[in-house]
Design a protein around this ligand. Structure first.
Ligand code: EPZ
Length: 436
């Protein structure tokens, strides 16, 4: 096991480059299963444990995957084993994303039911209901989702709850279905827009991605295509908080600013100065046809008025993302006044609170609401990571805390952040990874 050791008090400065988005790369890799022939090349793929897991999943099905730096080359023409085993799925719930592509191209799938995780039960009932509406026969046996279909049929599907991977799974199921599929109350996340753009390059007919109603007209087959993963808006938001909480001055490059309006607005209201660099100063822009998905450079500092308490309510996109809730909370533990944080997406996403309390934060939890009263300072302490974004929040708290913070169970962090402590160290933080 490994831990991250942070000694607080350093003001971060310098430049950091944001990686490709984990939550876009995962559905994009799953979507390569839809290609009947050819080799898909994905660029700007982050080097993460979750990416390695889904690559192993595809290789187990018979896909051929090669990795050169930030690029993956994936050939799925020889895939014949339509299974996603428990051993892999239990380590990464997003493995459920292979269900739609397997049902679309092969008419069969055997995918382990992803269990819940620390932040909630995380059911996939809406994924299954949508496939059944498209004519799939689905049974759940011994912890596995077993799917069968001659050819999926287009259907008019309305989601009871807005679900990101549910929208992605059914969009991928619909691209080869017979007829038109309409997804209503669909998720609008930028990662869904990224996936739709890749599917269109493969030959799919999709309209309305990024809105609540997506219309997919099925085609006979899809071919491999090349695509570049959009930058990670949650990693970018995490580094914005790192700059603010350390009272630093950081340039964040390849931040998908257009996809982060709610995060930028909220952090500015708390007291951060977030200013895009001019195009002349930004020599590294990650170009994307759709400007919503492009990466630009932005300078982040703490404003002269310090940090001000503010209420935060997590919502589906374009609202404030639940994946930034722990990071925002950490910032608010040092803000002047009382903040109310409402976590509306997941039922148990406050595990970081108990660790922050041990660092001197003044937080009270009542169900899905946390009351955060600002304190003058946090103090370093041994803490334990519980899930991916909570672990990022605890490291951020360590940056500002007096003394040393040791965060155990670093594997949570490695699922979604590539070289997090290395990037922080390059910005001047006193941080290192140690073996327990
Ligand atoms: C995606 O998870 C992200 N993961 C999560 O990021 C993110 O927190 C979440 O969306 C919300 O934005 C990936 O994209 C790989 P949901 P997902 O389905 O799709 C309920 C991270 O840290 N629901 O949008 O699993 C569900 O219980 C991760 O990178 C059903 O009831 O989330 C939840 O309350 C954490 N039935 C709500 O919908 C279903 O069939 C939203 O979940 C599906 C979902």
């Amino acid at each position: 096991m490994q831990s991250i050791v942070v000694r607080g008090g350093r003001k971060l400065s310098g430049e950091v480059i944001i990686d490709g988005a984990k939550n876009s790369a995962l559905p994009l890799i799953a979507a390569t299963l839809l290609a009947e022939k050819g080799c898909s090349r994905l660029d700007n793929v982050p080097d993460l444990r979750d990416i390695n897991t889904i690559v192993r999943l595809l290789e187990g099905m018979g896909a051929v995957v090669s990795r050169q730096g930030g690029s993956l080359e994936i050939t799925t023409s020889a895939v014949e084993n339509c299974q996603a085993p428990y051993e892999l799925v239990k380590t990464m719930r997003a493995s459920i994303l292979v269900l739609g592509p397997l049902m679309a191209r092969f008419g069969e799938a055997r995918v382990s039911l992803p269990g819940g995780c620390a932040i909630g039960a995380r059911p996939v009932n809406l994924h299954i209901k949508g496939l059944e509406m498209m004519g799939a026969r689905i049974s759940v046996e011994h912890g596995y989702i077993i799917g069968q279909a001659e050819r999926l049929q287009g259907a008019d599907i309305s989601f009871d709850v807005t679900t990101v991977t549910g929208t992605e799974n059914l969009m991928m199921a619909a691209v080869l279905a017979d007829g038109v599929t309409i997804l209503r109350n669909a998720a609008r996340e930028p990662e869904i827009v990224d996936l739709a753009a890749f599917l269109r390059k493969m030959g799919a007919q999709i309209e309305g991605d990024g809105t609540h109603t997506i219309t997919i007209t099925g085609v006979e087959k899809l071919l491999a295509a090349d695509y570049q993963v959009m930058p990670d808006r949650i990693e970018a938001g995490t580094f914005m908080v790192a700059a603010g909480i350390s009272d630093g001055d950081v340039v964040i490059k390849n931040a998908p600013l257009a996809a982060m309006a709610a995060v930028v607005t909220k952090l500015q209201e708390i007291g951060l100065l977030i200013e895009p660099l001019s195009p002349e100063e930004d020599d590294d822009e990650l170009y994307k046809e759709n400007k919503l998905l492009a990466g630009v450079a932005v300078r982040v500092r703490r404003g002269l008025d310090g940090l001000k308490a503010l209420d935060v309510r997590t919502m589906p996109y374009p609202g404030f993302p639940t994946d930034m809730q722990s990071q925002a909370m950490v910032l608010l533990t040092l803000a002047e006044g009382t903040s109310v944080i409402s976590e509306t997406i997941f039922e148990n996403r406050f595990m970081h609170v108990f660790e922050l309390q041990r660092m001197g934060a003044d937080i009270e939890v009542e169900g899905r609401t946390a009351i955060v009263r600002g304190v003058v300072a946090l103090s370093g302490a041994p803490v334990m990571a519980s899930d991916l974004r909570a672990s990022a929040g605890l490291v951020l708290a360590g940056l500002a805390a007096e003394g040393e913070t040791v965060m155990s169970r670093v594997y949570h962090l490695d699922r979604g952040y590539a070289g997090f402590e290395k990037k922080l160290k390059a910005l001047g933080a006193d941080v290192k990874r140690v073996r327990d």
